[in-house]
Design a protein around this ligand. Structure first.
Ligand code: AMP
Ligand code: ZN
Length: 467
């Protein structure tokens, strides 16, 4: 497996700390608004990475946080508190906002066939972990207190600029606003670990700490959760490219200072989804969400297909025209894959030949476009029977997750279903259970499941239920 590592700026063979096992941390959403389709591009990339590693035989444990505290509108120590902003906007409590948008986020993951992380935890549930880390950082001289806040002292670490690959001066220009606004720190890039002097009068989430009542900085939550759930050594850490600086640079600084050794070997970052005016972001307003795409008649999996066709390290420009193209191609592909017959003997030689080709593609720093081309190649094979093709596509779909073999939801013909239910009732009355079962099975094949209640039999579309 070859992966591009942001830390070393090159493609490297992937070697986990423990043979066959991968410990992976992925930064989760700040739940003050819906995820936009740019955020979702990052989560699709991470999903494909988990599934690729799993396909290649690794046992992957993935942890993700839900940011419900500490993240300001700038990724540094300035700006507004995102959660309070959401609460104010909607006249709800921070907790209600967090709960609502977490649910919406999970729904989006499901619609995009994104596998749930093994461990998904709220930042606000782990305050004691951050406090304990900050205490150690203070003890060991990596952090200092100033005007009621605790800051990490970046002058105490020597590789602070390695991940971003940028010079201090370049970064200073880039984040000038942040730097000038915050006068409490020794160095402009020192970052807050714990705040007691919130400039937000309405700071809602607050906890007791050795430094007074306050709240943790955003960066410490990822280090805290990663170390707590995955231990002292991490194999892969992911996020979008905007996380490289300052978020991930700060995570490295504080985690390595805390642990006393190198923390994570591979850092992977997904490029932006842009719209015509540039990077898609929540703060710009008018964001495109998955629901908006659905309202416009697009299948969420067409969006997944759209993303997979472009390499995760290349910026991708979204437009409805290109989504339309992706949807057409995707639905056309599904028409070919869903009709493949199940019957027939599987040609093992062909299966292993294509399995190898597929592994080669995904192992090349996730070359998903080539992996998708292989689906078309399999379909084009003249000498290969349907059963073998089906088997291969089912295997590939473990990574692609495009539901290539799933029939589209059937249009429910109510009269027909009610007629079938009556017939089955009659069969049961006549003790013809074989016929009753046959009817149930037939409907099931057509995507309709019967539910026998005490009073009467009702039904549901299998697709609907899975939503
Ligand atoms: P946030 O909810 O703002 O913390 O972002 C969640 C994830 O989405 C992070 O990994 C970001 O790096 C990523 N992200 C934000 N904007 C974009 C974008 N326009 N394209 C791709 N990924 C993005
Ligand atoms: Zn993070």
């Amino acid at each position: 497996m070859q992966l591009y590592n942001t830390l070393t700026k090159q493609i490297e063979p992937f070697i986990p700390n423990e043979e066959g096992k991968v410990k992976m941390y992925t930064c989760g959403p700040t739940v003050y608004n819906y995820a936009h389709i740019g955020n979702l591009r990052s989560y699709i990339f991470e999903d494909v990475l988990v599934k690729t590693l799993t396909y290649l035989g690794y046992d992957v444990t993935r942890v993700m946080n839900i940011t419900d505290v500490g993240h300001l509108t700038s990724d540094g120590d300035t700006g507004e508190d995102k959660m309070s902003k959401g609460a104010l906007r909607e006249g709800k409590t921070v907790q209600e906002i967090a709960e609502f948008y977490t649910k919406a986020f999970l729904k989006d993951l499901e619609k995009l066939n994104i596998q749930m992380p093994d461990i998904l935890e709220k930042a606000s549930d782990h305050i004691d972990i951050y406090i304990q880390m900050i205490e150690k950082l203070l003890q060991d001289g990596y952090a200092y207190q100033k005007d009621g806040n605790v800051y990490f002292d970046i002058s105490k670490v020597d590789n602070y600029y390695q991940l971003s690959g940028k010079k201090k001066e370049e970064l200073q220009v880039a984040v000038r606003e942040d730097v000038e606004e915050d006068m409490h720190k020794k160095n402009p890039f020192d970052f807050g670990l714990w705040f007691t002097t919130s400039k937000f009068q309405n700071q809602i989430m607050k906890w007791d700490s050795p430094w007074g009542v306050g709240y943790p900085g955003w960066h410490i939550e990822c280090s805290g959760l990663a170390c707590h759930y995955l231990g002292d050594h991490l194999d892969i850490h992911c996020g979008g490219v905007d996380n490289i600086f300052p978020h991930h640079s700060n995570e490295i600084a504080q985690s390595e200072a805390y642990l006393g050794h190198k923390w994570c070997n591979y850092w992977m970052h997904g490029e932006y989804l842009n719209d015509k005016s540039g990077k898609m972001s929540k703060s710009k307003g008018g964001i495109l969400t998955l629901s908006v795409l659905e309202e416009n008649g697009y299948n969420p999996l067409s969006y997944r297909y759209f993303c997979l066709n472009s390499h995760y390290r290349k910026p991708l420009v979204f437009s409805y025209e290109s989504l339309e193209g992706a949807e057409k191609a995707y639905l056309k592909l599904k028409k070919k894959t869903t009709v493949l017959k199940k019957e027939g003997s599987i040609d093992d030689a062909i299966v292993s030949e294509y399995d190898q080709k597929f592994k080669d593609a995904i192992s090349q720093d996730l070359n998903l476009a080539s992996a998708i081309t292989l689906v078309y190649d399999v379909l084009k094979e003249k000498q290969v029977n349907d059963a073998t093709k089906r088997k291969l596509i089912a295997m590939f779909d473990q990574v692609l997750s495009l539901s290539l073999l799933e029939e589209e939801a059937v249009e429910l013909d109510q009269d027909y279903i009610l007629e079938m239910i009556q017939k089955r009732q009659l069969a049961k009355q006549n003790k013809n259970y074989e016929e009753a079962d046959r009817i149930r099975e037939q409907l099931l094949k057509e995507g309709i499941r019967l539910i026998d209640g005490r009073e009467k039999t009702t039904y549901e579309s299998i697709k609907e239920r899975e939503k």
